[in-house]
Design a protein around this ligand. Sequence first.
Ligand SMILES: *Cc1c(COP(=O)(O)O)cnc(C)c1O
Length: 400
Amino acid sequence: MSAVSGPTRTPALLGGKPAFEDPVTVTRALSPDRALFEQQLDRVLGARWFTNHGPVVQELEARVRERLGAGFCAAFCNGTVALQAALVSLDLEGEVVTTPFTFPATVHAIRWTGLVPVFCDVDPETWNLDPARAAERVGGRTCALLPVHVFGNPCDVDALDALARARGLRTVYDAAHAFGVRHRGRPIAEFGDLSVVSFHATKIFHTAEGGAVLGRDPACYERLALLRNFGIAGEEEVRGIGSNGKLSELHAALGLALLPAEAEERLARAGLTRRYRERLSELEGVCFQRIAPDTERNHYNLAVEIDPEGFGLTRDELHRALRAENVVARKYFHPLCSENPAYRELPSADPAELPNAHRLARRVLCLPLFGELGEEGVERVCEAIVAIRANAGAVRRAVC
Ligand SMILES: *Cc1c(COP(=O)(O)O)cnc(C)c1O
């Protein structure tokens, strides 16, 4: 008999033994094989070439381009600066329609480049930008869409691309969560004008800090290369504005050493995701994100939606009870970007216009998912959730 369907234990919050002795976080950064990493480090140290688009960054760009099936890959120091450069490279002016249910960087990139974010509600099941509502947000000043493939789930790319075409808009996808995702047999980076990935340590593939813009037009790559290097076009030519968005050779060395591990990690996470689904989908009050059909996922993370009526506890109460179990679940994305003091005065930030995003911000919880957690770890998390749910009344009294 599985641990979950067996007799339930006492939740730690009510005096039971915690599910884990030490805190278990939602993710654990991939660490490279030492020998592989040293090999790459030796290249950097031997050449004494530490930054400025050296051979290691160039190789990483080529390998990622291949891995992700992109026309080009322009590496950056992080995903946020890559997003900013992507927006600047398209010569945009005016408003950008985006989702409030995302990491703050998405919206900051819009603002930081002098553009105006316009929030649009998400689909209640896919949690991604709702194309029909996005169409309603497009006005005379709209220049672009910035949708996010939330938790690696492909947006409704056909509808968004059709909207962009019909209204003459550019589309930049925030693909920070979508490294390696394929949709209808095509790499996710094939959709829209540009896609941006993050190589932050919390992402499935990383360079500690890093990111990239993916696209197809070689002229666009040249533009991005100027933008990330102060606009320097040659020894005696500086062209237009630029920033310092370069990825260092040391970071790229880590990336090259980690690329082989990424495939293995994805497989491990796929197995653990299956286990989570088997264990939790039978629980009333727990739902999963609806994934776009015909999608090859990367299993970047494991998010569930807690319906307080079916579950008997709110997401926040479950979150508190899991902390006592040493399960450090995370409330992504709460607060919403539209609740940030910098943006909440925008007309589009009105909560009445964003009901689905607000409901998800109250209900979604990310559970631990990383290869080393193992099936045993997943069992323990699920067993804890079952026990907490079975003791909902007492748990609620204990947390309030
Ligand atoms: C991580 C992330 C970013 C930014 O990435 P950094 O590399 O940390 O700057 C952007 N958008 C989303 C949705 C992210 O999760």
